[in-house]
Write a protein that binds this ligand. Structure first.
Ligand code: 5GP
Length: 112
């Protein structure tokens, strides 16, 4: 079971900001911006590179929910960034697909 599956199963506590039947959104334990939320599909897809065509609807839902979470947290007024890290060079540390929602400050580009 991945760390995020344990959070979804409420075996590990998290500061949940949104949930529906397909996704859970909770605050990152080590925030990189004033608002930093992870939006996670309840289906345990390890990473975006391993998602399949069967996951197309779920992936669309995940992105729409990430934007909705940003809106609910007031980030749509100032802007926000969605990030998906894939593999070691991408900076992935938890092998369960998740979208980072970052906002509340101006974010640098390109990323480090
Ligand atoms: P990745 O590096 O895989 O893209 O993102 C994983 C994220 O999960 C990191 O930003 C990290 O801070 C966060 N994280 C790791 N462990 C926990 C935890 O136990 N609870 C929460 N809420 N976030 C976690």
């Amino acid at each position: 079971m991945t760390l995020f599956e344990k959070i979804i199963a409420r075996q590990i506590p998290a500061d949940v900001v949104f949930e529906d039947d397909q996704v859970l959104a909770f605050r990152d334990i080590n925030p990189q911006a004033p608002t930093h939320v992870l939006v996670v599909p309840k289906k345990a897809i390890p990473r975006i590179g391993e998602a399949g065509t069967d996951d197309q609807a779920l992936l669309g839902h995940l992105l729409l929910r990430a934007a909705e979470v940003a809106r609910r947290l007031g980030l749509d007024r100032t802007g926000f960034r969605l990030v998906i890290n894939n593999g070691s060079d991408g900076g992935e540390s938890v092998p369960h697909l998740h979208v980072h929602v970052l906002g509340g400050r101006a974010l640098a580009w390109p990323p480090g």
